[in-house]
Design a protein around this ligand. Structure first.
Ligand SMILES: Cc1ncc(COP(=O)(O)O)c(C=O)c1O
Length: 415
């Protein structure tokens, strides 16, 4: 069969495909796999109890559940949820938001293709523009949502930190000119895969640049603020008329309901709404229905602060302790964990490159992700990109612990 050029975007060597296949394989496999590769949030019993409770309330209310699952909604998403969210964002953060500034989509992932296409490629004024990722490593899921030539990205500054085990990335503003070559900027905060949190100052600088050339700053808050708030450092929730804030219910513990949220100016929201109508008629209603009361009562923000954040803080500390124990005598480094559900391990000058390490580990039942997938748009070859891997620390402690011991064994051979 002949396939169009579009098939190249769905190429089998795409990192996302590998990741999702690994996840499926590990879930179905009866063997003792150690899944440190996936992006699944942890099963947090207290959060799950709340989700049960909310679902039960929907089931108990006459016709509520039937109407949620029995009707297509409008293309913007459930108005009751949108209104409560707009009110919360307005009241808690002083953002100038109304229901026209919010659209729901089927997972925030599904919004990226629309947003990147709106702001890159050919424009009616005859120009072509790209999406600038001001700092890599950056989220693997942006790859292939548009033609890869639509991305341009920058290497980070690398800072040593007083604790030898840690390093930190920062945005390299020097030499970064943001002009008409770009249609939008995009950063994830916290960053998947590194756990970096772009600081308030860095964000303010990016936002100023974006405003100065009248382009949007796409701020991917899948792990961030205001929810789920998986942050271990100080950071302020951010939005303005030039910002497109992409949020998600997934990392609260609900990836199965596939609910993403786009907060942006009205013109952009109208396009997202239209994209929903064209590509999926309307976004799903179950996720919004589960969350509406928790948003209205602000319990959601309390749960993020009192349950979700401490849970991940504890897990990340445990995982770092394991790494110190098993690899502390090697030149291994970890990006300072400032948020998110991953650790980014750097093996400077190790003789095993990350793509080979991925295969070696997979053969031993440990799934990680090779760091080389996380540099979308970076044209130059960079040794550092071949020296890092991403591990998730959300699987049960026994799996993480056995996985880390095996990573340590392989890396030790490499050194
Ligand atoms: C940084 C980042 N953004 C967006 C997403 C997409 O999440 P979802 O489509 O589940 O909302 C993910 C998923 O892992 C992610 O890591």
């Amino acid at each position: 069969m002949q396939f169009s050029n579009f098939s190249a975007m769905l190429s089998p060597d795409d990192g996302v495909l590998q990741l999702m296949e690994d996840l499926g394989e590990a879930l179905e496999s009866k063997s003792d796999t150690m899944m440190l590769g996936g992006g699944n949030p942890a099963f947090i019993p207290r959060m799950q109890a709340h989700f049960h409770q909310e679902m039960q309330a929907l089931l108990d209310k006459e016709n509520e559940f039937e109407s949620i699952v029995g009707n297509y909604g409008g293309p913007q998403g459930q108005q009751g949820f949108i209104d409560q969210l707009a009110e919360m964002l307005q009241q808690e953060y002083g953002w100038s938001i109304s229901r026209q500034n919010i659209a729901i989509c089927n997972g925030s992932q599904s919004s990226f293709s629309t947003l990147f296409r709106l702001f890159s490629g050919f424009f009616p004024d005859g120009n072509t523009r790209k999406i600038l990722l001001p700092i890599t490593p950056e989220y693997i899921g942006y790859n292939n949502t548009v033609d890869p030539s639509c991305f341009e990205s920058r290497k980070p500054e690398i800072y040593d930190l007083p604790d030898d085990l840690f390093f930190k990335y920062g945005i390299q503003f020097k030499g970064m000119e943001i002009d008409e070559r770009y249609g939008a900027l995009c950063v994830s905060r916290p960053t998947n895969p590194t756990g970096n949190v772009v600081s308030d100052e860095e964000l303010a600088r990016l936002a100023e640049h974006a405003k100065a050339v009248d382009i949007p700053l796409i701020l991917d808050g899948a792990y961030g603020l205001p929810f789920p708030g998986i942050l271990f450092t100080d950071a302020t929730p951010f939005w303005n008329e030039h910002t497109i804030l992409c949020l998600s219910l997934s990392k609260l513990g609900l990836p199965g309901v596939r609910t993403g949220i786009v907060v942006a100016n009205r013109e952009i929201i109208d396009y997202v709404k239209c994209s929903n109508a064209v590509f999926s008629l309307s976004p799903g209603a179950v996720g919004p229905a589960l969350m509406t009361r928790l948003i209205k009562s602000r319990e959601l923000l309390d749960l993020c602060r009192d349950v979700i954040r401490p849970y991940y803080r504890k897990r990340v500390d445990q995982t770092i302790a394991l790494i110190r124990e098993t690899m502390g005598d090697l030149p291994v480094k970890i990006h300072k964990p400032e948020g998110g559900i991953f650790l980014w391990l750097w093996f400077p000058d190790c003789s095993i490159e990350n793509a080979d390490l991925y295969m070696l580990l997979k053969q031993r039942g440990v799934f990680v992700l090779s760091g080389s997938h996380f540099f979308p748009g970076l044209k130059e070859s960079w040794q550092h990109a071949r020296e890092c891997i991403r591990i998730s620390y959300t699987a049960d402690f026994d799996q993480v612990s056995r996985g880390i011991s095996i990573i340590a064994e392989e890396i030790r051979k490499g050194y």
